[in-house]
Design a protein around this ligand. Structure first.
Ligand SMILES: CC(C)(COP(=O)(O)OP(=O)(O)OC[C@H]1O[C@@H](n2cnc3c(N)ncnc32)[C@H](O)[C@@H]1OP(=O)(O)O)[C@@H](O)C(=O)NCCC(=O)NCCS
Length: 232
């Protein structure tokens, strides 16, 4: 039976040991009656198929996801207290541009995006988090692609986001995703940093990306410059 095959795969391939375990057995249950153990054993094709089953599914974020996510974020951010930056309103009012990745009822990643009320052709990504066990497998990338599609459908041409200069993982991720940092006139470790952007001592890196290929990526942040040259 396929169930036996997948159980063997589970024991022999460590890809399947983290996080995806429950999904496995759910899927085994679903398919058991229609599929048989192949004579040649565990083929590469079967492995690929099993891996596909193990992929989390991406769907729009719902209000009911909030309690689960808010309890996880500090841990996902390596112990940083980020809960205050994620009130429930983001799950209530921005569903079309917010998504979660879910495997067998477990949320393993989420992203909160919104369309600017001030600049209707601009989207903004407020938060993205991927469970530590699911990182570096393209999940953040897939979530961003879904947000970009949602924003394009709502008339956006540009997407922006802001991150902390200490968050090196986030900076690397955004550069890999094709975001460009806005020029601030102050480079810290090669990255332009806006000093005190979110208040005293709260420096930030401002990223932007054109949503349609071929468009100019470097678009000035649509804000006035203050006396100190800090974007408002
Ligand atoms: C940042 C984060 C969302 C990335 O998610 P992810 O699922 O691991 O990202 P992906 O696997 O889709 O990576 C996409 C690209 O970014 C690169 N990347 C992702 N994280 C990276 C890191 N920490 N260092 C270097 N590169 C990284 C990947 O190698 C990949 O590049 P490639 O396409 O050339 O292979 C995840 O690490 C996370 O949740 N971090 C904690 C929360 C956080 O800081 N969020 C961002 C601020 S709101």
């Amino acid at each position: 039976m396929l169930g036996a095959t997948l159980a063997v795969l589970h024991q022999t391939n460590e890809t399947f040991t983290a996080g995806g375990r429950q999904l496995f057995f759910t899927e085994i249950g679903r398919w058991r009656t229609s599929l048989r153990f192949p004579r040649e054993g565990i083929t590469p094709r079967l492995k690929l198929w099993a891996k596909k089953l193990n992929q989390p599914v991406i769907r729009n974020a719902e209000v009911d996801d909030y309690q689960t996510i808010i309890r996880a974020v500090d841990e996902w951010w390596g112990g940083r207290r980020v809960t205050l930056m994620l009130p429930k309103l983001f799950f209530v009012h921005f569903r079309p541009t917010s998504f979660v990745a879910e495997g067998n009822g477990l949320i393993v990643a989420f992203v909160i995006g919104l369309v600017s009320e001030t600049f209707c052709d601009q989207g903004y990504i407020h938060f993205i988090g991927v469970h530590p066990d699911f990182r570096k497998h393209g999940l953040g990338h897939q979530l961003y692609e879904r947000v970009f599609d949602g924003m394009l459908g709502l008339g956006c041409r540009i997407v922006r986001c802001v991150t902390s200069p200490v968050n090196k993982g986030s900076i690397a991720f955004h550069l890999n995703m094709g975001f460009k940092p806005e020029d601030s006139g102050k480079l810290v470790e090669g990255i332009p940093v806006f000093e005190d952007y979110d208040g005293p001592g709260e420096d930030r890196v401002l990223f932007s990306k054109a949503l349609k290929s071929g468009e100019e990526t470097k678009i000035a942040f649509p804000v006035k410059r203050g006396k100190a040259g800090i974007h408002q």
